[in-house]
Design a protein around this ligand. Structure first.
Ligand code: HEM
Length: 215
């Protein structure tokens, strides 16, 4: 049985899911732009990392905010998934307004789990690690190891699928869906998905295949 209260709270959760998704997407844009300096060589990437670290105490503050937002996003995602299973009439990610059923929408919970697993491995690789090596060397050494390189490629493909639905659907949930701008939003979301995933996926591909990458 679905009552009004459950319905309203589901809508509220979708809005929070979208706002946290928007914040995480902005983080991805900044992270992808920063990481794209790897394509200009080790000096560019090391210098970008040095600039980032010069932000000092702002970094742990931002990390706590990011972690909190990420945990809320996961909690809401799981709750909405369980509610959808209990109450078929209110489907979270498959309504026509949110773009219909697409490979991205169908696989949201699974790609979400892969991303969660990825974050664990990723933080172990680059955050909770010995920082005596320059960051470019750390990234090169890690991603040129086949098991990590391939894992990153698979995880980045899952991220592409996740945001291919997430970016478009977050605008729908936030009510940004005027017929006049729907095409623009759809194309904009797709372009951003391709750009972000393209940068993230190219880095492990380059590390695995180009001997002089980050050298
Ligand atoms: C090939 C793709 C990626 C590369 C090469 C990469 C590289 C890095 C590096 C080097 C750091 C440490 C930065 C530092 O402390 O100087 C880092 C931190 C981080 N990355 Fe990535 N990253 C990639 C993709 C991603 C993706 C897709 C996500 C999210 C889904 C992500 C989330 C994070 C987070 C949460 C941190 C910790 C931020 C912090 O410590 O403030 N990364 N990444």
């Amino acid at each position: 049985m679905v009552n009004n209260k459950t319905f309203l709270s589901s809508v509220g959760k979708k809005i929070f899911m979208s706002l946290t998704g928007l914040f995480l997407s902005l983080f991805l844009v900044v992270h992808a732009l920063g990481n794209s300096t790897t394509f200009w060589g080790r000096e560019s990437f090391n210098s970008y990392a040095a600039h980032l670290h010069s932000l000092g105490p702002l970094i742990p503050f931002f990390e706590i905010v990011l972690l909190t937002v990420f945990l809320i996003h996961i909690f809401l995602g799981i709750t909405l998934f369980l509610e959808n299973n209990d109450a078929r009439p209110i489907r979270y990610s498959v309504s026509k307004a949110s773009g219909g059923r697409t490979p991205g929408s169908r696989t949201m919970p699974y790609t979400g789990i892969i991303i969660l697993l990825f974050i664990g491995v990723h933080l172990a690789n680059f955050h909770f690690t010995d920082h005596s090596l320059p960051i470019a060397e750390l990234v090169k050494n890690t991603l040129s190891t086949p098991i990590y390189g391939l894992f990153y490629i698979i995880a980045m493909a899952a991220l592409a699928l996740h945001i291919s639905h997430g970016l478009w659907s977050l605008f729908q949930s936030l009510g940004v869906n005027h017929p006049k701008y729907d095409g623009l939003l759809k194309n904009g979301s797709l372009t951003l998905t391709v750009l972000l995933s393209g940068i993230f996926i190219l880095i492990p591909i380059c590390a695995l295949t180009l001997a002089n990458f980050l050298m």
